[in-house]
Structures are given as C-alpha cells and as structure tokens.
Design a protein. Structure first.
Length: 289
C-alpha cells in the first residue's frame, strides 16, 4: 500500500499527485490510501464513502470532516514522533520540492516490491511517466463529482450557455501568486481583462462569454465590453465548471487549470506573460505531462 502521509498542497496539487498514483496503481496492482485528502473526499464518487480516500474505491465508512482532520493530524503526529517508523515493512520517502520523483524508476519499483507500506511525505511531485488514455479515464471516473454537486455544475453551465457560441473559463489566481516565484505568474485584473479581449477576438462573428473562477473578489465592472459570469465561490465545483467550458485560460504553472483541462478534455491556454500573443493553436488539452 502507498500512503500519502503529508498534505502536498492545495486542490490542484492533490489531484495531480493522486492521478499519477492511480496510473501507477493500475499498472502495478497497488492500493493507494490518501488520508491527506480529508477535506475534499466527500466531493467525489471514488472517495466519498471512505475516510481513507483509497484507490481502488472502498465503500466502508466516511467520517465527519472534523474526525477526518483529527485522523490526519494523528497520522502526522505518529510520523513526526517516530511511531510509524516502528511499523514492520514500512518505507518513508520525502518527495523533492523542486524536482520530480519518478514512480516508474527502478529504485522506487524495488522499494515497492520489498515494502508492505510506503509513506509519501513533504511534496506532491510523485510522477508516473507511463500514463495513457486508460489511466486518464480511470482518474476521470474516480474523480467524478457526487450527483448533487454534478447537478449544481451542470445547472450553472446550462444557465450561461444560451446565446453563447463559445464559453471560455478563466482561472484568475492572485492571492498566493503575488509572491510565488517572484510574482512572475501574478497578473492584475486589468491584465486578465486585456488577455480575455484578445482571446475573444479569435472568434469572429461568434458570441463569446467568459466564466471567471478566482481566489480573489472580481466584478463585471472590471471587464468592460466582455460578457462575464461568476460562479458562487466553491473551488472544487469551480474546477469542474472550468472543465465544462469550451476553452480554459490560466497561468501555466497552475495545476488547477491543468487538471480542469484533463478532466474536461478541453483546450487550455497556458499564460506566461500579460503581453502574450494569443493564437487558437496555443490552446492545448493537457495530457498528463
């Protein structure tokens, strides 16, 4: 069993790590346990009945959020205090923060063969390079929203589609990107508005509307001459709203946008600069790379 023993970041990073682990599990008949998924597991078909968020799915028992948090904190305490190190047949891997750890490497495969439990800590960068369409479909199925949340997403999309030929989802990420990597991928709201206007110009004689999902407050007044819609803030459902749009725009380093592109099979424009030239061919479906 592979156990994610330390929370590796926000939703996008969690899903990115888990999709790689699903691919590994499919090829190597592994079981994944992900207690670090505690505050998201009730959203998804594959995890909502299991407080350990295991893959393949286990219909066992899900606990209230508070108890899931407590279990995760107990796990972290047991790890940090050295209690887990006494568990027979266990291996602990501190994943690198700035590089990829390859699950298909000979070293990891040897550890997997000889260990009963492998605990992953510190980062999300556990990458399985031999992914294919089968793995993607397995991840999509596992991470389908539970029915009442899927209906909320569909109802929102159904409400904004009429009269629109092209629906573009825009992920405006501003809070943590202000200082991340020196602010390279932080764009102001007027800069996003200008990028969106250039994207709309690609679709001559078509009605273009934008769905804006953001971690900071936004207003239609800041996007003059653009048709904009704003979902009720809830970032898990926002991800699937983005995935339901025809195109997606967002910062290139955003795993949130990448996962939305993969789950929805929709082309994504990766923003590198506020002055970026926008071409239709630059919209690409993210393929697990």
């Amino acid at each position: 069993m592979i156990i994610v023993a330390q929370r590796p970041g926000r939703l996008g990073n969690l899903l990115l790590q888990y999709t790689n682990l699903i691919a590994f599990a499919e090829d190597h008949h592994a079981t994944i346990s992900n207690p670090s998924f505690f505050d998201y597991n009730h959203y998804f078909v594959g995890t909502h009945n299991d407080f350990l968020s295991r893959y393949p799915s286990h219909n066992s028992l899900n606990l209230p959020l508070l108890l899931r948090v407590c279990f995760y904190k107990l796990l972290r305490f047991a790890d940090q205090s050295g209690i887990l190190s006494n568990l027979p047949g266990s291996t602990f891997i501190d994943l690198p923060v700035h590089d990829d750890y390859h699950l298909d490497s000979p070293d990891f495969l040897a550890l997997y063969d000889e260990s009963k439990h492998i605990f992953l800590r510190r980062s999300w960068r556990s990458i399985y390079r031999f992914k294919n369409r089968h793995h993607i479909e397995k991840a999509r199925t596992f991470f389908q929203l539970v029915p009442h949340r899927a209906r909320r997403v569909q109802n929102f999309i159904d409400g904004v589609k009429p009269g629109t030929d092209v629906l573009i989802g825009v992920h405006i990420r501003q809070t943590d990107f202000l200082n991340h990597r020196g602010g390279k991928y932080y764009f102001t709201t007027p800069q996003y508005a200008a990028l969106m206007a250039r994207a709309a110009a690609l679709f001559q004689n078509q009605s273009v509307a934008f769905v804006i999902c953001s971690d900071a407050p936004q207003s239609s007044e800041n996007f003059p001459n653009l048709k904009t819609h704003f979902p009720t803030p809830e970032h898990v459902e926002d991800l699937f709203i983005l995935a339901s749009c025809d195109y997606i725009i967002g910062p290139s380093i955003s795993s949130y946008c990448a996962i939305a592109s993969m789950f929805g099979n929709k082309p994504r424009l990766s923003l590198e600069s506020s002055e970026q030239v926008i071409r239709k061919e630059d919209f690409q479906i993210w393929g697990y790379d």
